[in-house]
Structures are given as C-alpha cells and as structure tokens.
Ligand binder design. Structure first.
Ligand code: HEC
Length: 101
C-alpha cells in the first residue's frame, strides 16, 4: 500500500499538468485540447457535466464559466496557468456559440 502512494501522486501530477494551447488558438481548438476529454467534443458531458444547450452552464453568467475554468471545480482542475485572458474569452465565446445552437 505504501508503494502505491508515490505512483498515485505521479499519476495525479500527470493528469493535472495541462498543455498550453497556442497563443492564437481559437475557442474551439482550446476546448478540444483542454476540455473535450471530460465534457465531450459536442459539450454533451462525460466525466464532467454537459455544457451545451439547456445545460446548467447555459443559464449561468459568463463569470460562472470563467471562475469554473480558472479555479477548477470539484474534480475539474484549474486552468488559470494554461490560459491567458484572451484565450479564456475565446473559449467562453465558443461555449456560448454552441449553447445558442
Ligand atoms: C479532468 C476532467 C475535466 C476537464 C479536463 C475539464 N473539466 Fe470541467 N468539470 C469537470 C467536472 C468533474 C465538473 C463537475 C465539478 C463539480 O461540480 O463537482 C466540471 C464542471 C465544469 C463546469 C461547471 C458546470 C456546472 O454546470 O456546474 C464548467 C463550466 C466546466 N467544467 C467547464 C470546463 C471547461 C471550459 C474546460 C476546459 C478548459 C473543462 N471544464 C475541463 C471535469 C473536467
């Protein structure tokens, strides 16, 4: 059991270290790179809740999305070090675009 702890920590670090998107990546590219694994490519949800049309996120203000992304939420990691403000803005705009159909 003791030996399992460092291995688990390594896995956790690997899972948490997110790759930074290209500086000029579109919102869709950022979503695909950082979010699709857990929220599905079409935003319909997987490990994480759905983010698409009629989801809880779709009726929340932009600040809810921004804070969730920057600070993380529950099992979702923080992306504050992976995204600058412009990228965050494009990502939120992309999610809004999908939500509005
Ligand atoms: C490792 C998996 C994972 C990744 C990667 C991930 N999320 Fe999440 N996300 C979750 C989980 C799990 C929750 C639910 C957290 C909770 O409420 O306990 C969540 C919650 C959210 C919420 C709040 C949804 C709600 O209705 O409460 C938003 C918004 C969100 N994620 C957006 C994103 C975006 C945008 C990205 C990409 C930058 C992303 N997530 C990446 C797992 C992930």
């Amino acid at each position: 059991m003791r030996k399992a702890v460092p291995v688990l920590l390594l896995l956790l670090v690997a899972a948490c270290s997110v790759s930074r998107p290209e500086p000029d990546a579109t919102g869709e590219e950022i979503y695909t790179q950082l979010c699709a694994n857990c929220h599905a490519a079409d935003l319909s949800g997987a490990l994480g809740p759905p983010l698409g049309p009629e989801s809880n996120s779709s009726v929340q203000p932009d600040a809810f999305l921004e804070i969730s992304i920057k600070q993380g939420r529950g099992r979702m990691p923080s992306f504050s070090s992976a995204l600058d403000d412009a990228q965050l803005g494009r990502l939120v705009a992309y999610i809004r675009e999908v939500q509005s159909g």
